[in-house]
Design a protein around this ligand. Structure first.
Ligand code: LMR
Length: 329
């Protein structure tokens, strides 16, 4: 390279790194950065920067740093944060039909789940969220939930009787625990660790990524791989922010989100196995955690006990919507 070219290259580098972002997108979420949701958000940030040539900067605030449960949606409404990915239960007060996703044993497997999310039912629910003044983007994945406790091994619904379980704010989750004689208690995600540690609640239900990355394994003695319910997210954006956002930059942001969704879902698919390996290792080395698997017969008992709540929610969720999900092959 000639001296002139070297000078030019350096000048270009300096100029491009000196370009300050013209727009900032604030993303808020409540989980660890090293979960599928956390890594998906960081990936989105990186891709927006790349696709807009640094014109748009995405800043991610994980771990309820900026806003916790119940605050995220308000922050989006006020334009104080711009993107959030709340779990479905957190939409209960604005779109009660979203509790469909909380129904125990509603999805047979991930294949069934994705067909529902990306099909007619997923769109119907997105439209309901849009009608409440949000831009509904994509569905992200966390995984199937498992029961844990620091009282005893939970192998049958009777084992859970009388135990206090932390739940997200969802009437379906409340009914699910009441159906097995347990006591549900709504708590924000940021308070779960201390609530388990201090015995405010005995147990919880989480996908393995949240269980491990929030160190719930340190404050629970028993984990049952129950797969009884599902936890996922709808990525939403502040409507007022998006309306004012420059039209020429919108396609890049949407493209980055599309790529982040593919990435996040892939991570979630791999994550369960990795987390289980880590938890097994922890169980072995610490001796403080027992991991229980259920036989098909045991799972069927759980399913029967929990599915009994469906009719209670025919009205609020829509019996037709529930039946549509069940009919998806
Ligand atoms: C929870 O509150 O348990 C979850 O919604 C946390 C999350 O966002 O994964």
């Amino acid at each position: 390279m000639t001296k002139f070219l070297k000078v030019m290259a350096l000048a270009t580098l300096l100029v491009s790194s000196a370009i300050a972002a013209e727009y900032t997108i604030k993303v808020t979420h409540v989980v660890s950065p090293n979960t599928p949701k956390g890594m998906g958000a960081d990936f989105f940030a990186k891709r927006v920067g790349e696709l807009t040539g640094g014109k748009v900067e995405v800043v991610v605030f994980p771990n309820s740093q900026l806003y916790g449960d119940g605050e995220e949606m308000k922050a989006l409404k006020l334009g104080n944060a711009h993107i959030a990915m709340p779990s479905f239960s957190k939409f209960t007060s604005i779109v009660p039909e979203m509790q469909l996703f909380d129904l125990p044993f509603i999805f047979r497997d991930k294949d069934h789940l994705y067909k529902v999310l990306d099909g007619e039912v997923g769109q119907v629910l997105k439209d309901k969220v849009t009608a409440k003044g949000f831009v509904a983007l994509d569905y992200w994945d966390a995984g199937f939930k498992h029961l844990s406790s620091n009282k005893k091994a939970i192998l049958t619904p009777q084992d859970a009787e009388g135990q206090k379980f932390r739940i997200m704010s969802s009437h379906v989750l409340e009914a699910q625990f009441k159906a097995i004689g347990a006591n549900p208690q709504v708590l924000p995600f940021s308070e779960v660790y201390s609530a388990l540690q201090q015995g405010v609640v005995d147990g919880a239900e989480n996908p393995l990524s949240n269980f491990y990355t929030k160190k719930f394994n340190e404050v629970q003695t028993d984990l049952t791989l129950s797969d009884h319910g599902y936890l996922g997210y709808l990525v939403i954006m502040s409507e007022s922010f998006w309306k004012k956002f420059p039209n020429d930059l919108k396609p890049m942001v949407l493209q980055a989100m599309k790529e982040a969704t593919v990435y996040e879902r892939k991570l979630a698919a791999q994550d369960d196995e990795e987390m289980l390996t880590k938890l097994k290792e922890y169980a072995k080395t610490s001796g403080n955690l027992k991991i229980h698997t259920l036989t098909a017969e045991q799972k069927a008992v759980w399913q029967k006990a929990m599915e009994a709540i469906y009719p209670q929610f025919y009205k609020v969720i829509g019996e037709d919507l529930i039946k549509k999900v069940q009919a998806v092959k």
